[in-house]
Design a protein around this ligand. Structure first.
Ligand code: NI
Length: 198
């Protein structure tokens, strides 16, 4: 695929996500894109063009962020680039298979879906996952305590959900860092608890 398509996709999502500060900025999609390409290097049979565009566009129609239906934003971009309908369908199918909430128990069927899902989930772990959790929580009126619950509902489960061997390796240190953070948070907030009544 023409490299300009990737460059144009980066420009498209930069405009689409402009002004966000909830952990779903364009930088998130760029990190997913970079990690997905890294993971794809170890996945034979993986179409790197599909991976690249699906990663860049994976949140372009996230219902948490946009009121679009049937991948309208992603399709508008792909149409504008004259991507053939068959390839556009494959990209939308990969995007469909990535979402955590809709696919909690399921792993994607395609190698491209496995790679992009892993890359998206990695970005919810480690230091960046922590930063994104509190950015998102704060934007949605959640307290630090309420946002911290998200670690137990989702983030700590991700390490064991990875599809690919390379993402499993990358997830280990990020998972350890999440646990270290939670231990320190507990330690620090315990120490700020009011003293027990004597
Ligand atoms: Ni995402």
């Amino acid at each position: 695929m023409d490299e300009t398509v990737t460059a144009m996709a980066i420009t498209y999502i930069t405009d689409l996500f402009r002004g966000r500060s909830d952990g779903h900025e364009a930088e998130h999609s760029l990190r997913v894109y970079r990690n997905a390409l890294r993971i794809a290097e170890e996945e034979p049979g993986c179409d790197r063009d599909i991976v690249a565009l699906a990663a860049l566009l994976h949140d372009a129609d996230d219902p948490k962020l946009f009121p679009t239906e049937n991948h309208a934003n992603a399709r508008a971009f792909l149409n504008s680039m004259q991507i053939c309908p068959e390839t556009a369908e494959r990209i939308c199918a990969v995007i469909d298979s990535v979402s955590f909430s809709r696919n909690r128990e399921r792993h994607p069927d395609t190698p491209e879906g496995k790679v992009v899902q892993d890359a998206d989930r990695l970005d919810a772990m480690g230091a960046i996952g922590i930063a994104r959790t509190y950015a998102f929580g704060g934007q949605h009126g959640r307290s630090i305590r309420e946002s911290t619950q998200h670690f137990f509902d989702k983030l700590l489960l991700l390490r064991d959900e990875m599809n690919t061997e390379s993402a499993k390796r990358m997830a280990e240190s990020r998972h350890s860092f999440l646990k270290l953070f939670l231990e320190e948070l507990e330690f620090e907030t315990e120490s700020f608890r009011p003293p027990q009544a004597l």
